[in-house]
Design a protein. Structure first.
Length: 752
């Protein structure tokens, strides 16, 4: 019997995707005379040719490469694979000798904005079939869709053209208009004003640019959310659960109209595609797929309950079954103008019901539990399947409680304890966002009562020669779900079995590279020294006027603390300007004398040992160490020897040499510090991408973000949360010669 697809020339779209990779590997490893043209778009600096070349390093090709050798594999790709650089939105000219097309490219996301979903899943087919007509070729097209184009229905979904009257052209035009309309609406004052107010409330300490960036990010989020809601609502109003299945259904209609009416067309509809049963090796998968986030979240104890029905079918199909069905369909072309439909599904012949699926998964995690950060086994829940409404009410209560807790902890003083609370609340919020997403996106698939007919697909499998069925077949009755899930799939879910570092084994800091073009920039207060502007002021008062007046001064400080706090929350520079007015009338000569006799020893005793050690480590590595502070230079001269460069403020003096209470220059904080850092690095030839920065306040965010290696040291609540989100290191430097530093101990020292 002749080899299927012998001497065929196949155009493959989506070759870098999950299914596309597997199709390309199968063609290369099992169809030796088939040539393949892959349509691949460049990504960033990677050309399409380079992206395809790098596919050989992926695990899907591992077995084949090991079998024939890397050199032979590269030669085979060079001989049989042609890379066509382009995008489905604007398909380049196609070869005129194509015999087959496998269109597997799509964006598999259930919550895309409506305009983006139509561009991917509808405009793509429109452009592809237009390019095919222009090429002069007459290939058999295999259009890969999804069974869930059947929509929100119960009962049997047959292997035939979809029965609906939705006008795809009208819907496509409406989706484009929705995108343009949302963009226009987002720029209106009524929308922008509350977004800007929220951005100012959260980010004003980081500066005006941070506020503007946050406001613009919120505007884009607003547009995204409006268009996501538009897609979901329009899909559900027409009988589909989400914009993905809606636009895939529209894509099928395009395929039927633009190609199937006069040419050969096969539509292959898989269900939920998961890891391979056998080929290229058991458990092969590329990234998280539809069921995997649920499995992972369940194993980590994050899903106490889920809005599902125990007797509904979770229709999963191994990816190698899908690939084999696609290639079998490609080799069995229908007559022109008579499209054929194949549904690659398991629910009719080998149903996996949701209740038994959860029991199988629970058995696995009880035998192989995941561990938490402390190394303790995580207990998995036993679901009772209460239905959607009780789960929704419980989730809403938890969201409200965690939101309230978040507002409270963000207002507390920054201590190790409050940072642990913030971390706990942050994790709870992240988990609830994930749970909400799972509930909104996946519930329609776990509540559906549709069963997909696969009679024609089974007949296609049975038509394969007996000797080919074992390696190229797709018999869904050939395995059990306990075997597949427990022995093959769950152990290969990406990242699920990665060992977690426990609290008793903290990561060791990497050694600092020796480079002369690296900066190490430090803030002062709570980063290098466990001291603040208030303490400096009290030290000066005690040195100049004695303890009694200093204590009275402390009372005055307490009286004005509200104004200082407001200034600090509003803008770090305003706080410095406001506070430094307390020095009005003091001669600079007397302040310097006080610094030498009283303040210098106090400041040296407040140096944080971990900071000093880090400064020395940077100097030993050849880095230039810089102290940048809003404090006045006189006050930091006692520790200037620690650094190569000190950048500090200056006070204005009158003709008699007394401080006027006003700054001589604007305070170098926030965005001003970021500007200074960029200019200094450019002028002096330093590489910021490899440089280091250490700060403690959210006001430090703009300049910390300029560095490739930023770190939050003893951060306030807002910087701590930002650092966690950006995965910056968070350092607890507290050891001083006098005492371990904390805000409470600083207040006690002021009072005494």
């Amino acid at each position: 019997m002749p080899e299927p697809l012998a001497d065929a020339h196949v155009l493959l779209t989506g070759a870098t995707g999950f299914v596309g990779q597997a199709v390309l590997e199968k063609l290369l490893s099992s169809y030796p005379t088939t040539r393949v043209t892959v349509l691949v778009r460049p990504r960033g600096e990677l050309t399409a040719q380079r992206r395809v070349a790098e596919l050989l390093h992926k695990s899907v090709f591992r077995t084949w490469v090991e079998r024939i050798g890397e050199a032979e594999a590269r030669a085979e790709v060079e001989r049989r694979v042609r890379v066509l650089e382009g995008d489905l939105g604007e398909v380049p000219p196609l070869p005129g000798d194509l015999t087959h097309v496998i269109h597997s490219a799509s964006t598999v996301s259930f919550d895309l904005p409506i305009d983006e979903a139509f561009r991917s899943n509808v405009l793509g087919p429109v452009s592809l079939y237009a390019a095919l007509r222009q090429s002069g070729a007459d290939p058999h097209v295999v259009h890969v869709s999804t069974c869930y184009v059947a929509g929100l229905r119960k009962g049997l979904a047959e292997e035939r053209s979809l029965d609906h009257t939705v006008d795809v052209d009208t819907e496509f035009a409406s989706a484009r208009e929705a995108g343009l309309g949302a963009e226009a609406d987002s720029r209106q004052a009524g929308v922008l004003r509350p977004l800007l107010a929220k951005a100012e409330q959260e980010h004003r300490r980081a500066g005006a640019l941070a506020v503007a960036e946050a406001a613009e990010a919120r505007r884009r989020e607003w547009v995204h959310d409006v268009l996501v809601d538009a897609g979901r609502t329009r899909a559900q109003s027409l009988g589909w659960p989400d914009v993905y299945t809606f636009t895939k259904a529209m894509g099928e209609r395009i395929a039927e109209r633009e190609w199937g009416a006069a040419h050969r067309l096969s539509v292959v509809r898989p269900t939920i595609i998961e890891s391979a049963l056998r080929h290229p090796f058991p458990g092969w998968i590329d990234g998280y797929k539809v069921a995997d986030p649920l499995i992972a979240a369940y194993g980590r104890g994050l899903l106490p309950e889920f809005p599902s029905i125990a007797d509904t079918i979770l229709d999963i199909i191994p990816v190698d079954h899908v690939v084999n069905a696609i290639l079998a369909a490609a080799a069995a072309a229908p007559a022109a103008g008579a499209p054929q439909y194949f549904q690659v599904a398991s629910g009719k012949r080998n149903p996996l019901r949701f209740g038994p699926a959860v029991r199988i998964i629970r058995e696995y995690f009880r035998a192989h539990p995941l561990t938490d950060a402390a190394g303790l086994s995580i207990a998995v829940p036993s679901w009772t399947f209460p239905g959607g409404s009780p789960v929704e009410r419980s989730l809403r209560r938890r969201e409200l409680a965690v939101a309230a807790a978040g507002k409270v902890v963000m207002r507390l003083p920054a201590t190790a304890t409050t940072r642990s609370w913030i971390s706990t609340v942050y994790k709870a919020q992240r988990d609830l966002v994930r749970l909400r997403k799972f509930t909104d996106l996946y519930a329609p698939y776990t509540l559906t009562e549709v069963v997909f007919d696969d009679t024609r697909t089974r007949a296609l499998h049975d038509a394969l020669p007996t000797e080919r069925q074992a390696l190229h077949g797709f018999d869904v009755t050939s395995f059990t779900w306990r075997q597949y899930l427990q022995d093959i799939h769950i152990p290969m879910v990406p990242g699920l079995m990665r060992p977690r570092r426990t609290a008793s084994t903290p990561p060791r800091p990497a050694p600092l590279p020796r480079r002369p073009d690296v900066l190490a920039v430090f803030d002062l207060h709570k980063t290098v020294a466990a001291a603040n502007l208030l303490e400096h002021y009290m030290w000066i008062e005690m040195a100049l006027h004695g303890t009694g007046r200093a204590l009275r001064g402390f009372g005055d400080l307490a009286l004005h603390s509200g104004a200082y706090l407001q200034a600090e929350r509003r803008d770090r520079g305003d706080f410095i300007r406001t506070f430094m007015r307390r020095y009005a009338g003091l001669p600079e000569s007397e302040i310097r004398a006080a610094m030498n006799t009283v303040v210098a020893p106090q400041l040296r005793s407040r140096l944080i040992r971990e900071a000093v050690a880090q400064i020395e480590a940077h100097r030993s590595a050849g880095h230039r160490t810089v102290l940048i502070t809003g404090q006045i230079k006189v006050f930091v001269e006692p520790i200037a020897d620690l650094f190569d460069v000190v950048v500090a403020g200056e006070m204005e003096c009158d003709e008699a040499g007394a401080w006027t209470g006003h700054l001589a220059t604007s305070p170098l904080v926030g965005e001003a510090r970021a500007t200074w850092v960029r200019r200094y690095a450019e002028d002096e030839g330093f590489d910021l991408t490899h440089s280091y920065a250490y700060g403690d306040s959210y006001a430090d965010r703009p300049w910390l973000a300029e560095f490739g290696n930023p770190a939050a040291v003893n951060p306030d609540a807002q910087l701590y949360r930002f650092a966690r989100e950006r995965r910056w290191p968070v350092l607890a430097w507290t050891d001083t010669p006098r005492a371990r530093f904390s805000p409470r101990s600083a207040v006690r020292r002021l009072r005494t």
